[in-house]
Design a binder for this molecule. Structure first.
Ligand SMILES: [Zn+2]
Length: 306
């Protein structure tokens, strides 16, 4: 049995999973931001509660994994900068002792989501897959031959930070023209707000200043000309990134997650149409592009499988 924990800025979620990633039970509690000892105590209480709920002795737990936001050191199991959590330099290695004797693993939330979808979700049968999360940023996770690829510094998989346009839009990472600056949900909204500020007519103008991606997708469905133009540009930009990922990795599956993946087949159809012709030897491209199937459980299951 394994335990996976998803450490978020608003809640701490925990799950008990079988060795193959099958989710058995879940519990959560609000995050005590800025209180590291309190947070560690809460995580242990959640783990104990899950064991109690299923009548399992804590010494049967073989692994505890934590998906963390921010930067971390895998070797020492330390969260270095946890801005959303209001705490830095917190070591989780001993947080579950003495009840749990197993090792504690850390990784970032995007990598955990990738591992979860590869274990029990939309890419369950794939040995090689990529997860691209379209949210506030563009997150990524790389699974090669069934294992999470994290590189020599443990932070590989930042798929959002390939430059798709030289001297393009500024990105949060400090470069210009990154995929994230064009294909995140935040970028989708930014371009819509900019078009409205430029005086473009649209049904979206009544919500100017507080748009979200869902509103723009609804306007696409309603046939709004500006929304359709923004969505076409969005798909064009994202497809360029996906084609590059296929050329490098030739994955069996690319799983799209995050808020925009909720648009489902209406996002996938144009993406497939635009992406595959751009790939090297496109006639031989067998990669599938699909949407995530586990939702928030992906991060929990992936953390358990670390
Ligand atoms: Zn960037």
């Amino acid at each position: 049995m394994r335990i996976g924990i998803d450490l978020g800025g608003t809640s701490v979620k925990a799950a008990l999973c079988e060795e193959d990633g099958t989710l058995l039970a879940k519990q959560s509690t609000p995050t005590r931001t800025g209180d590291a000892p309190g947070l560690c105590a809460d995580m242990k209480l959640l783990a104990l509660a899950l064991c109690g709920e299923r009548g399992i002795s804590p010494d049967r737990i073989t692994s505890i994994g934590i998906g963390v936001p921010g930067s971390f050191d895998k070797q020492t199991c330390t969260l270095k900068f946890g801005t959303n959590l209001g705490m830095n330099n917190v070591c989780f290695a001993d947080a579950f002792r003495p009840e749990f004797a197993c090792a504690v693993q850390l990784d970032n939330d995007a990598n955990c989501a990738a591992l979860g979808e590869a274990t029990a979700g939309a890419a369950r049968s794939a040995r090689n897959m990529l997860m691209v999360t379209l949210g506030t940023g563009v997150g990524g996770g790389i699974i090669i031959d069934g294992k999470l690829y994290t590189g020599c510094n443990g932070i590989a998989g930042e798929l959002g930070h390939i430059v798709i346009r030289q001297n393009g839009e500024p990105c949060n990472c400090g470069r210009k023209g990154c995929l994230e600056a064009y294909a995140s949900a935040a970028a989708f909204v930014k371009f819509a707000e900019r078009a409205l500020a430029d005086g473009r007519e649209s049904v979206l103008s009544r919500d100017a200043g507080h748009l979200n991606a869902k509103m723009i997708c609804d306007a696409v469905d309603a046939g709004d000309a500006l929304a359709r133009e923004l969505f076409a540009d969005y798909c064009e930009n994202l497809s360029g990134g996906l084609a590059t990922f296929i050329n490098i990795f030739q994955p069996e599956t690319i799983v799209l997650g995050g808020g925009l993946a909720g648009y489902g087949e209406k996002l996938l159809e144009p993406l497939r149409r635009l992406t595959f012709p751009q790939t090297f030897r496109s006639d031989a491209c067998n990669t599938e592009i699909v949407c995530a199937s586990l939702g928030n459980d992906a991060g929990l299951i992936g953390a358990a499988m670390l």
